[in-house]
Design a protein around this ligand. Structure first.
Ligand code: 16G
Ligand code: ZN
Length: 528
């Protein structure tokens, strides 16, 4: 049974504020100073989740990703490194909103009963945080929650989100996935990268915007393992000045604003990339010969990866490997057309949020998934990994393709989208194909797009359906949006309530930037 006195004693240190919390697309996320009680409740839930998995390690990551430095949040990681099972999100929300010990204990008992949890099982939790100042106290609050139910918690300190996912999986697979340490992570990635690029001509240096977050020191450490094989310069690496986190920098700033971050003197031909605050997103960018800023977003990364892997699979002559791509409504229409028509790879659409894409990608032998915002990875099925290891190549070309595929399965983070792993994947592909950014960019040209947000009185009145491409509510609104879309060449627009902010998002694309801007403005006007 639950030790109510102990729970009561520790809960008293983390009183619930008069705030309603929701476990959303990326866990709990709000201002760092209202999260103390939430962290405590997440600690409790993590213990139950671990017990449900017979004591396997559950990860807890304290981060607010690309949001400002004053924000924070937390998300739970399943034993194999995926995001928390969706069916448990409601439990998280219930516990976070319990204001009294009685309500909290009732909530816990309800979960124990519904999930038939054996409380005698052990519980193990690991926790890490990004560089936000509120992180330390929040880790302490979550630790109290774990202790309140007698669980064991290990603080892994400062890590990127994907590093915590990686370590969680390592710990639950007896090292089969790699060494369960930050060093082990760098070693695994660096070794796999070398297996692909060694002996091939090098590319010019890559300038990486670290968003003044945890990704900056992490990339510097990774680069040490790669000395001569990768030339990177980390810019925006000031993690000591908290307020600078994601400020006029980072993947989100660059993608949404379609402009370069602070700290760069962009010259034609320079190769650049931007990470986000917890290093699970990356976008690439450069200036063309005219000096114009050009973005290579998640869609471009996905198409680059899909086409490279398709080629390798053909060359390696591994039978019955189906390659598929997963996108969201935010994918540029040109990207989708290119994948379907030119690469001839099937495309599946899911709702926004990594967990949806991740699960859809698991249906393929090689499932490439990326959100346009730069969050994504490539998943290899166990059957595919086995086939790459057991197929004997008869020609040199076939052997090389097989070895590259094997290396890619080690290089690409299998748990979650990972900016550092994706950075190395893109570099490995560009080195292998001897491709410049502008050559990569010329695979297809993006339709112009615009992303806006609108503050409405109640965003929950907006219900998105069909993988976020249409609104079912408020009634009649979708028909009005359709009417407007039809007026523009290549016009497409959709509206969805944000899962992370109290706003409604509006996306529009069209043949020209002026049209995309106008369509977005019109749709904003309709919903406001
Ligand atoms: C979260 C999601 C991201 C999604 C974004 C949408 C994860 C790890 N992150 O950041 O995938 O693109 O939310 O935000 O799932 P929105 O709902 O506010 O538009
Ligand atoms: Zn992030």
């Amino acid at each position: 049974t639950l030790d109510k006195a102990k729970i009561n004693g520790l809960f008293a240190k983390h009183p619930k504020l008069d705030v309603t919390y929701t476990y959303g697309t990326a866990g709990f996320r709000t201002k760092g100073d209202v999260l103390d009680s939430v962290m405590f409740s997440v600690g409790l839930l993590a213990v139950l989740r671990s017990k449900k998995h017979a004591g396997k390690v559950i990860g807890a990551m304290v981060t607010a990703s690309h949001n400002p430095a004053v924000d924070n949040g937390v998300k739970l990681v399943e034993p194999m490194g995926e995001m928390l099972a969706q069916s448990w999100e409601t439990y998280a929300t219930v516990l976070a909103n319990a204001a009294t010990t009685d309500a909290l204990v009732a909530g816990l008992e309800d979960i124990v009963k519904k999930e038939q949890i054996d409380l005698a099982q052990p519980a193990n939790v690991i926790i890490a945080r990004d560089t936000r100042p509120s992180g330390t106290a929040l880790v302490a609050a979550l630790t109290d929650g774990v202790s309140a139910l007698g669980g064991k918690i290990t603080d892994k300190g400062l890590l990127t989100t994907p590093q915590l996912h990686y370590i969680t999986r390592c710990l639950n697979t007896n090292g089969a996935y790699g060494e369960p340490t930050e060093e082990g992570y760098y070693k695994k990635l660096a070794d796999a990268f070398k297996r692909i690029v060694t002996g091939k001509p090098k590319l010019s240096p890559l300038y990486v915007d670290g968003a003044n977050g945890i990704g900056a020191p992490a990339l510097q450490k990774l680069a040490k393992h790669l000395s001569s094989d990768l030339s990177v310069n980390v810019v925006n690496d000031d993690t000591a000045t908290a307020s600078k986190l994601n400020l006029k920098s980072g993947a989100d700033f660059v993608k949404v604003g379609q402009k370069k971050p602070d700290g760069f003197d962009l010259k034609p031909g320079m190769r650049c990339a931007s990470l986000d605050g917890d290093a699970d997103r990356i976008v690439f960018w450069y200036a063309n010969q005219e000096g114009t800023f050009k973005l290579l977003d998640g869609d471009k990364i996905a198409t680059l990866a899909a086409s490279f892997i398709m080629e390798l699979v053909k060359e390696a002559k591994v039978p019955n490997i189906n390659v598929g791509l997963v996108q969201t409504a935010y994918a540029n229409g040109s990207a989708t057309a290119y994948v379907k028509d030119t690469l001839q790879v099937p495309v599946v659409f899911t709702a926004t949020g990594v967990k949806h894409l991740h699960h859809a990608a698991e249906e393929f032998d090689v499932g490439v998934y990326f959100e346009a915002n730069g969050h994504g990875t490539v998943l290899f099925s166990p059957a595919a990994i086995k086939a790459f290891h057991t197929t004997d190549g008869s020609t040199d070309a076939q052997k090389r393709a097989l070895e590259t595929l094997r290396a890619l399965t080690d290089l690409i983070n299998q748990t979650v989208g990972d900016a550092l792993s994706d950075l190395l994947m893109v570099e490995a592909i560009l080195v292998s194909k001897n491709k410049s950014f502008s050559e990569w960019d010329s695979d297809y040209s993006d339709l112009a797009s615009r992303l806006e947000k609108v503050t409405v009185s109640n965003r929950l009145e907006f219900v998105a359906v069909k993988a976020d491409t249409e609104l079912s509510k408020p009634e009649g609104l979708q028909a009005k949006i359709n009417q407007q879309m039809a007026k523009f060449k290549h016009g497409r627009s959709f509206v969805r309530p944000s899962g992370t902010e109290d706003v409604v998002r509006v996306y529009a694309e069209a043949a020209t930037q002026a049209d995309a801007d106008l369509l977005a403005a019109i749709v904003c006007g309709i919903i406001f």
